[in-house]
Ligand binder design. Structure first.
Ligand SMILES: [Zn+2]
Ligand SMILES: [Zn+2]
Length: 133
């Protein structure tokens, strides 16, 4: 038993693998089907139109896309702003340039961390031993 507060309504529930309680999960599922069905009929719909037609919050629709639940391949106009710069994107959280930039940033940090770790491990000694083997 792992009790947790639902991320959506705050209700206490037995957390298995969801951040939301069963009530909210069901509600969200219903919203998802609404959106999905609407998009099947209206392939060129924009996110605002989908939201208006289905009465599902734009943020919820974006969440579906980010989670990979809604495929945007068939719906070219279904885009939303990149989390970093606001460019229109159709999957994930960031546009390609931002993703590249972030990836570079991450690997740089990783290298720096490795460097520090190496120094802590006694640096030279460790490497000499590796070479002599
Ligand atoms: Zn809930
Ligand atoms: Zn961006």
């Amino acid at each position: 038993m792992a009790l947790a507060n639902c991320k959506t309504c705050g209700r206490l529930f037995n957390r298995l693998h969801n951040d939301n309680c069963p009530v909210c999960v069901k509600e969200e599922d219903e919203q998802f089907f609404l959106v999905r069905d609407y998009l099947k009929e209206n392939r060129r719909a924009m996110i605002v139109e989908v939201s208006e037609a289905t009465e599902v919050e734009i943020s919820t629709i974006i969440k579906f896309i980010r989670e990979g639940r809604l495929a945007t391949i068939d719906n070219p106009n279904l885009n939303y702003p990149c989390d970093s710069c606001g460019t229109a994107i159709t999957d994930g959280r960031f546009c390609k340039p931002c993703k590249d930039r972030l990836n570079r940033g991450f690997s740089q940090t990783k290298d720096e961390l490795m460097d520090t770790a190496r120094k802590k491990q006694g640096g030279d000694y460790y490497y000499k031993r590796e070479r002599d083997r």
